[in-house]
Design a protein around this ligand. Structure first.
Ligand code: PLP
Length: 457
């Protein structure tokens, strides 16, 4: 008899992943039947027409097939040099396993990147390449950290509500408990100390032992960017309660609000001289302006961890041998872009600026457009790639029905707020800002017309 569903473990059966749930399945069905679908459900930039950054693909092509160097004579000289450097450093090319942590020269480049990014305002941040792990996208790093932290069925992980469902799904899979803390929608989705205290207090009453707090900054699905004060508050909170911090910083290059800047937890924890709070930070090649989701590149940096714990992480990572080598190369290119004066520099900067300024434009069009629709209210999209507007729905209706009807009527595919978590009694949906600028206007218009009709306004 083939494997039966009844034989599958509860943790797998109970796990949900809304971003690719039933609404997306229906969208694919409609598309197969010839409907034009605008996929606003997932932060997958190149699937929505974003062009790969030329420099990244040129270097990658030469690394994958070094013989091209002799054939593609029009490749810029820095591309050839960098590809040659990568091949030499990798020793065996991209077809061989690397060290479990990832190739050393890539980890060195990441450490230099972190030190440069985070050393400012009189703070000097040091990063140890031996505490950096290359991962297949940030997802695998997050999963490794959660695997390590969930040791017991009463172990709880604090996650923001709304959250990115990687967290809820993985906590369920690893048999831990989710401790949701609400983000304050009325204050740009910031974290509120009292809400954190309330959440941990409630968990304790239920016999759950909080082990860690996850912070997503800039936020998915909220689009919020945390201030230094907010980050410091989280670090003090973590210290008070003996929590490890998981800082999901995959959208660090996606900041659209003027005068707003990304501040990492590594910077803040160093500035505070804090040595007692363990920190896992995650970055990815999937977001920012590279949008290289399919190449599955990313890294995890750990701080304030005893060496015997670091050794356990290395052991855990070594079970899958290593992360994929092309992903490691893309991560290297993420953290060491062409330098000013290099032949590829101007084009690289033009492509980066083009992508980020289009995203900023779309963020404004989307938030402003949604706010003009009666019964929809959207916080400013300060960063990341999403809007999470709140909906006033007719009594008895919920956001899942709303999103399914929106898909059926307009072809716009968004994810219901329930998939990310939300305050009871509220309704939201999440949409990406990724469709091309002319299409995003059409998306806003379609949502507006649908909303007025469906809600009977
Ligand atoms: C907040 C957040 N973290 C992590 C990820 C995972 O990204 P990847 O595994 O592609 O690096 C995503 C993807 O959308 C995300 O939004």
């Amino acid at each position: 008899m083939p494997l039966q569903i009844s034989e599958i473990g509860d943790s797998v059966l109970k796990m949900h992943y809304a971003v690719r749930g039933p609404i997306v399945a229906r969208a694919q069905e409609l598309e197969r039947a010839g409907r034009d679908i605008i996929y606003c459900n997932i932060g997958n930039p190149q699937a929505l027409g974003q062009k790969p950054v030329t420099y990244v693909r040129q270097v990658l092509a030469l690394c994958e097939h070094p013989e091209l160097t002799g054939i593609c004579t029009d490749m810029p000289s820095d591309v050839r040099e960098v590809a040659d450097f990568i091949i030499r450093q990798s020793r065996y090319g991209l077809g061989a396993y690397s060290e479990s942590k990832g190739m050393k020269f890539v980890r060195d480049a990441i450490a230099a990147f972190i030190e440069q990014r985070d050393s400012f305002d009189g703070v000097s941040v040091r990063s140890n390449p031996e505490h950096i792990y290359l991962t297949d996208g940030a997802s695998k790093g997050v999963q490794a950290a959660l695997r390590l932290l969930i040791a017991h069925e009463h172990d709880g992980i604090m996650i923001p509500i709304p959250q990115y469902p990687l967290y809820s799904a993985t906590i369920t899979l690893y048999g831990g408990k989710q401790i949701g803390y609400y983000l304050d929608e009325s204050r740009g989705w910031s974290l509120d100390e009292q809400m954190l205290e309330d959440a941990i207090h409630q968990a304790k009453k239920e016999g759950i032992r909080a082990r860690a707090i996850v912070v997503i900054n800039p936020g998915n699905p909220t689009g919020g960017v945390l201030s230094l004060e907010n980050i410091e508050m989280v670090i003090r909170f973590a210290k008070r309660h003996g929590l490890t911090i998981l800082a999901d910083e995959v959208y660090q290059d996606n900041i659209y609000k003027k005068d707003s800047r990304f501040i990492s937890f590594a910077h803040a924890i160093t500035a505070m001289g804090e040595k007692e709070v363990s920190l896992f930070s995650f970055h990815s090649t999937s977001k920012g302006f590279l949008g290289e989701c399919g190449h599955r590149g990313g890294y995890m940096e750990v701080r304030n961890l005893p060496e015997d714990v670091v050794a356990q992480i290395t052991k855990l990572q070594s079970v899958s041998l290593c992360s994929n080598l092309p992903g490691q190369v893309v991560t290297y290119l993420l953290v060491s872009p062409p330098r000013p004066g290099a032949p590829s520099y101007e084009r690289y900067i033009a492509e980066r600026t083009g992508i980020l300024s289009e995203l900023a434009k779309r963020a404004t069009i989307l938030a402003d457009g949604l706010n003009k629709i009666p019964g929809i209210s959207c916080q400013p999209i300060e960063g990341a790639m999403y809007a999470f507007p709140s909906l006033s729905l007719p009594a008895g209706k919920n956001d899942e029905e709303y999103c399914m009807a929106l898909l059926e009527e307009t072809g716009v595919c968004v994810v219901p707020g329930t998939g990310f978590g939300q305050k009871p009694g509220t309704a939201h949906f999440r949409t990406t800002i990724l469709p091309p600028t002319d299409r995003i206007e059409a998306v806003v218009e379609a949502i507006g017309n649908f909303h007025v009709r469906w809600c009977g306004i």
